[in-house]
Design a protein around this ligand. Structure first.
Ligand SMILES: C[S@@+](CC[C@H](N)C(=O)[O-])C[C@H]1O[C@@H](n2cnc3c(N)ncnc32)[C@H](O)[C@@H]1O
Length: 173
């Protein structure tokens, strides 16, 4: 699965490239919360680009490390919605939200058997605080990714990669 990317990047017409990529974008979006994710958000743009997500919600992230997005950035940056928690809740009314989180106090579904709802927004928390309660309460599902080592959780950009790949493998085998 993928774009014949080499052909597209030869084109001088940037709008042509954007329009062509739009045709193969997948119906899921990535939402990332937290001001501690300034470094991770760039890496998540690269993940989202390579799995051809439709777009991004950057929730309370004042800036991000652009180099981590590599050459994905020009094709993704117009698809980022910058917002705070209240704005995110308002903009996503009626949408299916799948939060990714792992905490001993939280009941979650295992990603390996999870079936995604239509056009989901895959939501991730900050490195320090995780997904805040206001967003967890709004989420339609809370999904966890297995951890086998001694570190309790994964890096958030890694989680975005695993979740995007999981969505893809369950929809475009
Ligand atoms: C490093 S974790 C932050 C954890 C935070 N310290 C807490 O206790 O909630 C950053 C984010 O990555 C995602 N994450 C990390 N490990 C995960 C796992 N095993 N399953 C699902 N999501 C995970 C979650 O979205 C989480 O909010």
């Amino acid at each position: 699965v993928g774009a014949p990317y080499a052909e597209y990047v030869k084109s001088e017409d940037k709008q042509f490239i954007k329009d062509t990529l739009a045709e193969i974008r997948n119906p899921f979006e990535l939402a990332i919360y937290g001001s501690e994710n300034c470094w991770n958000f760039g890496a998540i743009l690269r993940v989202g680009h390579n799995f051809m997500t439709t777009g991004y919600y950057s929730i309370d992230i004042p800036w991000y490390y652009k180099k981590a997005a590599m050459t994905a950035r020009p094709w993704e940056r117009e698809r980022i919605v910058n917002c705070n928690i209240e704005e995110f809740l308002e903009k996503t009314k009626g949408r299916n939200i799948v939060a990714f989180e792992r905490r001993s106090t939280l009941e979650t579904e295992d990603i390996r058997t999870f079936k995604y709802p239509e056009n989901p927004i895959l939501l991730f928390g900050s490195e320090k605080f995780g997904v805040p309660d206001a967003l967890l309460e709004r989420a339609d599902y809370v999904v966890s990714i297995p951890v086998m080592g001694l570190v309790y959780d994964h890096n958030v950009a890694v989680c975005a990669g695993i979740a995007s790949y999981d969505w893809l493998s369950k929809h475009k085998a």
